[in-house]
Design a protein around this ligand. Sequence first.
Ligand code: FMN
Length: 190
Amino acid sequence: MGGETVLCISGASGAVYGIRVLEELVKAGRRVRLVVTPSGRLTLRHECGTTPEDLAEAHGVVLDDADDVAARSASGSARIDAVVICPCSGTTIGKLAAGISDNLVTRSGIVAMKEGRHLIIVPRETPLATVHLENLAKLSGWGVTVLPAMPGFYNHPTSVEDMVDFVVARILDRLDVDHNLGRRWSGDEL
Ligand SMILES: Cc1cc2nc3c(=O)[nH]c(=O)nc-3n(C[C@H](O)[C@H](O)[C@H](O)COP(=O)(O)O)c2cc1C
């Protein structure tokens, strides 16, 4: 640890998951590089009323252009600890599974795979087509953490925020980032 975390927001619904991951990473003192695909820009605006530029400025993080495959996040020699694609669209999943790195999100993901960096993808689609399932199985088999945006209900969520944070907490756990999101299961609940 000690390097940067690349946080990518692609054009699946659930841009708020990406925003909450960004907030928690910054709160935990992680250095973040943000990348948003053109479709991610649309969902950010439509669902959350914000832009990548405003997000980056508000949280003091670097925003890289999704077209800039020469950015640091795309480099195998850069000190990058982890790449998180949250949310991750079926398009981006398909490209990763096919080894296509045509933008900074897919390039960062493929570089993470080739360099053995932690790559977490957060798919959001329902129902899932066989092509999604087969691509996800491939990626999982190659060591990618597939962490679907599927909130649990055993903590009795009372708000959308609770449900979002359930998923965000699982992402942070995988990144070894301390947080106070939701109660952990103690084993005495039932
Ligand atoms: C409002 C909106 C919601 C979308 N939701 C999803 C979704 O939940 N999952 C998904 O895989 N694609 C979704 N899409 C489609 C993707 O944005 C589209 O496939 C795009 O090519 C993804 O490109 P990207 O992976 O480069 O961001 C949505 C598109 C729009 C406009």
